[in-house]
Design a protein around this ligand. Structure first.
Ligand SMILES: [Zn+2]
Length: 242
């Protein structure tokens, strides 16, 4: 095979594998990010549950203050009761006492209701904290695996980079410029195999003359349809001479 063509195939393969490293690394990072996001969502849940509990507790405190005010009021009503001089005053005091007692029982019911709600929220908080613990342990494990995998990918990438620069050190400049021009639009498919007499870049059938040239591999042949550099695919064993 033509040496330049051989070099081009190698270079193209290195470039293709180099451009595949970044998505592989991103994929690893995304794996970890999914777990971190879940943990963050749990933390948000924990914070808002804490706020809800604080709110319930402050409502409970208000009810307690109200209760002690009512108690003072009832005490003073009891005192006034002794000094009542007529029926009208007595009735007014009784009514006042009745209302205060109703308010006491309402405040007690409210406290009971708030306590139940608080207990439920505290239960929820506990669940959140357990979930977070599990998630954080998972994150620790996954982080180790992901970091190892990324390090491995980086090693492979460095190896390919080294091979690539070694290849480039003895590469023909004109051929390199030619390749880079095609690569600008064709990206990783600047150099493609021919399979079943078709260009594997544009998938168009190539004519017999071009096909014969590709099979011989004595010179650099471009696809007449798209301009990519062609080489003989592995399964392409038929020769036009046969
Ligand atoms: Zn083509």
């Amino acid at each position: 095979m033509n040496k330049y063509l051989e070099d081009l195939i190698k270079l193209s393969k290195y470039d293709t594998s180099i451009s595949q490293f970044e998505p592989k690394i991103e994929n690893q990072k995304a794996k970890l990010a999914t777990f971190v996001e879940t943990a963050e969502a749990i933390k948000v849940g924990i914070n808002s549950t804490y706020l809800e509990i604080d709110d319930l507790k402050s409502k409970r405190t208000k009810n307690n203050i109200h209760l002690s005010e009512l108690k003072t009021k009832l005490d003073s009503i009891a005192k006034k009761n002794k000094d009542v001089t007529n029926e009208k005053e007595l009735k007014a005091l009784q009514l006042e006492e009745e209302i205060a007692k109703e308010q006491v029982s309402f405040a007690n019911e409210e406290i009971e209701r708030l306590d139940k709600l608080t207990a439920a929220k505290e239960e929820k908080l506990k669940e959140f904290q357990e979930k977070l613990k599990v998630e954080e342990e998972d994150i620790k494990e996954i982080r180790v695996v992901v970091e190892d995998t990324i390090a491995q990918i980086n090693n492979e990438r460095n190896e390919v980079y080294a091979k690539r620069s070694e290849l480039l050190s003895q590469f023909d400049n004109k051929i390199l410029t030619f390749y880079e021009k095609i690569k600008r639009w064709a990206k990783d498919t600047a150099v493609v195999p021919v399979k079943k007499q078709a260009c594997y870049g544009c998938f168009m059938k190539i004519n017999d003359k071009t096909y014969a040239e590709v099979l011989r591999g004595e010179e650099i042949v471009n696809c007449l349809h798209c301009g990519r550099i062609l080489y003989k695919g592995e399964e392409e064993t038929v020769t036009t001479e046969a």
